[in-house]
Design a protein around this ligand. Structure first.
Ligand SMILES: [Zn+2]
Length: 198
């Protein structure tokens, strides 16, 4: 789990180095993994450090570290928590990276094995069947369910998946490629799958 970003706007992040020592353990070694943030006056406001301390040390979401808050003002903590939620939300709204897209396309092709008919057809056409698949549209909802189970965070944002709202307001997921057919992956120069044609 990544460290909460705290306020990226009003504070700056620091790691130990020759000029900056951790405010808790005073280490200048980056390898210790200490991380803290300073306000505009150069005062540290929160720190992650392996050393427990009386300065508001609580177990941190970063395994093996403590979070130390150098302000007694509860408003500060709440303001930071609120900013963290905002940052998390913004992160969640970001589109998927090519690697995340590729991962789901690959899994999708793996659960849509090429049918014998399609394999014969490709052989007759002299086209390599490697990486191709067969989509049976009757399985679309089951395939969507499987992708959401495997990739609960990224699948809802993937172009392969489509959320449908029925007339009665009921919602379900399906595959955006809404037809029976032969699946052809389109890859970029790095070999990442950027899309699938039918
Ligand atoms: Zn430290």
């Amino acid at each position: 789990m990544a460290a909460p970003a705290y306020s990226n706007i009003h504070t700056i992040g620091r790691r130990p180095n020759s000029r900056n020592a951790c405010p808790i353990c005073e280490s200048r070694k980056t390898t210790k993994g200490c991380y803290w943030r300073e306000d505009s006056l150069g005062h540290w406001v929160m720190a992650y450090c392996k050393t427990p301390s009386g300065i508001r040390a609580t177990n941190s979401p970063v395994p093996g570290q403590y979070i130390h808050i150098n302000k007694n003002d509860q408003n500060f903590v709440e303001e930071m928590a609120q900013l963290n939620r905002k940052i998390e939300q913004e992160r969640a709204e970001k589109p998927l990276t090519p690697i995340q897209l590729d991962e789901i396309y690959r899994y999708f092709l793996a659960i849509c094995p090429l049918s014998d008919n399609h394999r014969i057809y490709l052989r007759e056409e002299g086209v390599a069947s490697f990486g191709c698949g067969t989509l049976k549209y009757s399985r679309a909802a089951a395939l969507a369910k499987e992708l959401l189970k495997q990739f609960p965070k990224t699948a809802p944002k993937h172009p392969l998946l489509l959320e449908i709202t029925g007339k009665d307001g009921r919602k379900w997921w399906t595959i955006a490629v809404a037809a029976d057919g032969l699946l052809f992956p389109a890859t970029n120069i790095d070999g990442l799958i950027l899309g699938i044609g039918v």
